[in-house]
Write a protein that binds this ligand. Structure first.
Ligand SMILES: [Mg+2]
Length: 388
């Protein structure tokens, strides 16, 4: 088995919305097709990947370093002892001659290829990816559904409280029981009005609402908001300060009683380990949001899971960022706590297969081979056009 060609592209996933830190008017995304020499029903099997939602494309690194290494490697160096495609061995090839640290967009580029390699490996095996992951990295008994929450509640020009409430009602009508909104991009008084408006839609139950600061607050603001938020018993208070400010996080955890979530902008095992060592997070209540697509892929994510186990953390405390199908498979196979979902944002990459039904805030995995992008028509058209 060998990879015959790689086809990389960049697509816009722009939108008029913003969070507390950025707007999404120029957001884009790397997409990738890896064409193999394995022919099924007259066509080569192709693995697809993209770089999650919310970080920019990484085409330059893909084109100049990561893909040439993969394509120039002897084909057998990418195979395991059974002569099957090994994403783990491919990872070593892609990372040859890369210094440690300073992960930046490099981890995003490797994550795109890692996703495509896993898609391809599962297609060659003829099984959905969650089954492949469970057999290769898990305990062989994947779960058949995954908890999901609906992420939205962005700021947008002229957006009213009524519109925010309608957005959240639509999430509930679609089968979600937990929702998330952005905070930190308005005054505290305005944000509290927005929070109370959403809790009203949730029948007064703050434990079904997560709020996301996107790393905006300094320590005094983090603590001030924390004092105001604690009485609502929120689902979580997310990425409150700079993602790399573990001291801020530790101090917040001393004062804020309810769950904290963070980690979507930590892109490596060493960064994740520093968060666990120095971030003051509590394994009995807090959540970790590392996104495999942004952080060197599933090969590195498995290393992060091993590290968490050593530190006494359950995989159930992990609910990845990104709202993509790759993490949905990973969550089912590795028994994570769930996965993010973007029901309305980041098209065509955001969201799951077209026939996905959300019920009781859970989604079932479908049985298409690989990740199943073929079941998401708008996105599949984009991916297929890369190599046809
Ligand atoms: Mg977030």
């Amino acid at each position: 088995m060998r990879i015959v060609s790689a086809h990389e592209g960049v697509i816009p996933i722009s939108s008029p919305m913003s969070n507390a830190f950025i707007d999404f008017s120029t957001m884009d995304c790397s997409v990738l097709a890896l064409v193999s020499d394995v022919i099924v029903e007259g066509r080569p099997l192709v693995g697809y990947g993209f770089n999650s939602n919310g970080r920019y494309s990484a085409g330059e690194i893909l084109r100049r370093r990561i893909l040439p290494r993969l394509l120039d490697a002897p084909p057998e160096s990418l195979l395991d002892a059974n002569h099957m495609l090994s994403p783990g061995k491919a990872w070593d090839v892609m990372m040859r001659n890369e210094k440690p640290g300073g992960h930046g967009e490099r981890s995003v580029a490797v994550g795109v290829v890692d996703m495509a390699l896993h898609d391809l490996a599962a297609k060659i095996a003829g099984v959905p990816l969650y089954r492949w992951i469970s057999d290769h990295y898990g305990d062989g008994s994947p779960e058949d559904s995954v908890f999901v929450y609906a992420a939205g509640g962005y700021y947008a020009p002229g957006k009213t409280l009524q519109q925010l409430q309608d957005e959240m009602k639509a999430f509930l009508d679609a089968g979600y029981e937990v929702v998330k909104m952005k905070i930190g991009g308005a005054s505290p008084a305005e944000d509290l009005r927005r929070i109370e408006a959403v809790i009203e839609v949730l029948d007064g139950d703050g434990s079904r609402l997560a709020v996301d600061v996107n790393g905006r607050f300094d320590l005094p603001t983090a603590l001030e908001y924390g004092r105001a938020l604690d009485p609502y018993n929120l689902f979580w208070y997310e990425e409150v300060g700079d993602p790399l400010d573990y001291g801020l996080n530790a101090t917040l955890a001393e004062h804020y009683r309810n769950p904290i979530a963070t980690g979507e902008n930590l892109f490596s095992l060493p960064d994740a380990r520093n968060l666990i060592r120095y971030g003051g997070l509590r394994p009995d209540r807090d959540y970790l949001q590392f996104d495999p697509a942004l952080s060197y892929g599933l090969v590195e994510y498995c290393r992060i899971q091993d590290m968490l186990k050593q530190h006494g953390w359950s995989s159930r405390r992990c609910i990845p960022h990104g709202g993509h199908q790759f993490s949905l498979h990973i969550a089912a196979a590795l028994k994570l706590g769930g996965n993010e979902s973007y029901p309305g944002e980041f098209q065509p990459t955001g969201g799951f297969a077209d026939d996905t039904v959300v019920s009781g805030s859970r989604v079932k995995l479908n049985d298409l081979p690989g990740i199943g992008f073929e079941g998401k028509a708008n996105f599949y058209r984009v991916l297929r056009d890369l190599h046809r």
